[in-house]
Design a protein around this ligand. Structure first.
Ligand code: SF4
Ligand code: SF4
Length: 153
């Protein structure tokens, strides 16, 4: 008798990932980092400004919603909240605890974990892939689910 068995993912043993704070995922070509109203309110509170001020000063509209502004420098289009000053040689998110879901769930986006090939392909963009401790499958599933619930992919 069938028991509605769950199909196991190719990454059932977990995946190795450790962020090195290289900053590559927060810079590069112009990109989109979406911020919902709720996320914006949390970030605004962190910055000690109103949500309206936050969206006005730090975001711009896109067809998918408000996106965090970027600043072009020698590294590329840095997210305005990328901090390269506090710890020289490192690039850290200055919003870390309040960063948007898009950032929070990286690199475990559905498109990146669809197959070993997709995961390995990400290595050329993120040097944390394949490093450090194994992230358990449950954590990976939670991130991927959060990402797809929010962005529908
Ligand atoms: S590209 Fe990867 S290793 Fe570099 S900051 Fe982003 S998550 Fe961390
Ligand atoms: S909000 Fe933080 S994690 Fe997200 S792109 Fe900006 S600096 Fe990177």
């Amino acid at each position: 008798m069938a028991h509605g068995s769950v199909q196991s993912e190719w990454y059932g043993e977990g995946l190795r990932f450790e962020c090195t704070l290289c900053g590559a995922c927060c810079t590069g070509p112009p990109g989109v980092v979406l911020v919902s109203d709720e996320e914006g309110a949390l970030i605004a509170a962190r910055l000690g400004i109103s949500p309206e001020d936050f969206f006005e000063r730090y975001t711009h509209p896109t067809s998918d919603g408000a996106s965090i502004n970027e600043l072009l420098n020698a590294h590329g289009y840095d997210c305005v909240f990328l901090d390269r000053e506090s710890d020289p040689g490192k690039a850290a998110c200055s919003l870390y605890e309040d960063r948007p879901v898009q950032c929070r769930t990286f690199p475990f986006w559905p498109e990146h974990i669809r197959s070993p090939r997709d995961w390995n392909r990400l290595m050329s963009h993120c040097e944390g892939i394949g490093r450090g401790d194994v992230i358990p499958v449950d954590e990976i599933r939670i991130s991927a689910r959060r990402h797809s619930e929010r962005y529908g992919k």
